[in-house]
Design a protein around this ligand. Structure first.
Ligand SMILES: CC1=C(CCC(=O)O)c2cc3nc(cc4[nH]c(cc5[nH]c(cc1n2)c(C)c5CCC(=O)O)c(CCC(=O)O)c4C)C(CCC(=O)O)=C3C
Ligand SMILES: [Fe+2]
Length: 375
């Protein structure tokens, strides 16, 4: 037990996640929640439904969030951080609005949000903030007094997020047959998003091709690859690649796709590939289907040895990183000087998303940012 840590002015932490189905009857309603107003072709929806049915209609994401919740609560208790942790989802029970209502009824007035998405982008940041705004609007309509809601900064470059992934890549390399191990390439994998969404991700003045989304992922890839080289003594070539593309085929999304990449690497004579899903915080459906099932089948067909490294999940180092981020943000809000912890070339991300950060196609109110109507 160390010194007491001060969460003031915050009185609760909200773990905000995507949510997933927990049985076959949940799959279609879940997909309807996810895709409402998003213009996803019906064919793609049917196909994605099949991914879930292959696993009995159960996404592992909720169980993974329950695990993370338990590890966060234990970490906070062990380190004298007196801050209750709640959990709510965008697309499935426990729904964000219900959790926020519980939090208000429990008397919480200053809520800090941890989203299970480490990077900038509309899908990974503003969409969560829009959902927070929607929930706050509902609570206001119910006559409840609204709490103040802030969101933790992007944590892609926090050592507590990187360390478990570095270990994971090293373990995957070690698991490859010895004769192909040293020649293995690393494919850092993340969710493909429309090029237009990538280009406009992050604060406006920093926009370049691929925006903050691609730059943050490239920084993480390089940091992990360098750490792996230092610790194994082998320099493994790497590339950032994409997965889980949806949307209409004529709209450009980030490429190359992992399956095309495996084919290209194999044709180039690369003896093995480690797929490292740096874009995701846990081994949910995008990982166990798109990588472990689909990309794995492609690799088997090619006769290319592949391994898939672990995401951070409920690693205690990730929980410690969250504690660090909470304590840092609380001190900042109290007006104290802090030294935010971040590795790599980009430095710590902003605490408050500026106006127009990660814009939506059709503007909607978003909470916990400089353009929040609830500030
Ligand atoms: C950047 C990003 C993350 C990472 C950041 C984060 O974690 O938030 C992420 C996570 C996730 N995405 C998930 C599931 C889905 N995403 C979809 C659709 C889409 N995702 C997009 C982007 C992202 N998605 C985009 C641009 C679309 C197109 C539609 C739109 O513009 O909105 C669809 C609809 C069908 C399809 O088109 O694939 C599903 C079912 C699950 C749950 C998995 C589980 O159940 O275990 C998780 C964690
Ligand atoms: Fe998604």
């Amino acid at each position: 037990m160390s010194d007491v840590l001060d969460p003031t002015p915050y009185d609760a932490l909200l773990l905000l996640s995507f949510g997933g189905p927990e049985g076959p009857d949940d799959v279609i309603p879940f997909l309807e929640n996810v895709t409402r107003g998003r213009g996803i072709p019906t064919e793609r929806l049917k196909e994605v439904g099949e991914h879930y049915f292959l696993f009995g209609g159960v996404s592992p994401i909720n169980e993974q969030n329950r695990d993370l919740l338990a590890v966060l609560r234990k970490d906070f208790a062990d380190h004298g951080l007196d801050l209750p942790v709640y959990w709510g989802n965008r697309n499935w029970a426990p729904y964000l609005t219900d959790t926020l209502r519980d939090m208000v009824r429990d008397g919480h007035r200053r809520i800090l949000v941890l989203a299970t998405s480490a990077y900038a982008s509309y899908s990974g940041c503003r969409q969560y903030r829009e959902n927070l705004a929607d929930s706050l609007a509902t609570l206001r309509a119910e006559g409840l007094e609204l709490p103040e809601v802030d969101k933790l900064r992007h944590y892609f470059n926090h050592p507590g997020f990187l360390e478990p992934m570095i270990d994971g890549v090293i373990e995957s390399l070690a698991d490859l047959p010895e004769d192909v191990r040293d020649g293995a390439h690393i494919a850092f994998c993340t969710h493909s998003i429309p090029n237009s969404a990538a280009d406009t991700s992050g604060p406006v003045e920093e926009h370049g091709d691929g925006g903050a989304y691609v730059r943050q992922h490239l920084d993480v890839s390089r940091l992990i690859a360098e750490a792996v080289r230092e610790r194994t003594g082998v320099d493994h070539p790497w590339q950032l690649v994409y997965q889980s593309r949806s949307g209409a085929p004529h709209i450009p999304w980030l490429e190359p796709d992992i399956c095309d990449h495996l084919q290209e690497r194999h044709a180039a004579g690369v003896p093995a590939v480690v797929m490292a899903p740096i874009g995701f915080v846990s081994d949910h459906m995008e990982v166990i289907y798109d990588l472990d099932t689909e990309a794995r089948a492609k690799a088997d067909e090619l006769g290319l040895p592949v391994r898939r490294s672990a995401t951070v999940g409920a690693d205690p180092r990730f929980a410690a990183a969250i504690r660090d981020l909470v304590v840092e943000r609380a001190a900042t809000e109290r007006g104290q000087q802090v030294t935010p912890c971040a590795l790599g070339a980009l430095g710590p991300s902003h605490d408050l998303c500026p106006v127009g950060c990660c814009p939506a196609r059709a503007p909607r109110p978003a909470a916990a940012g400089a353009d929040s109507p609830y500030a």
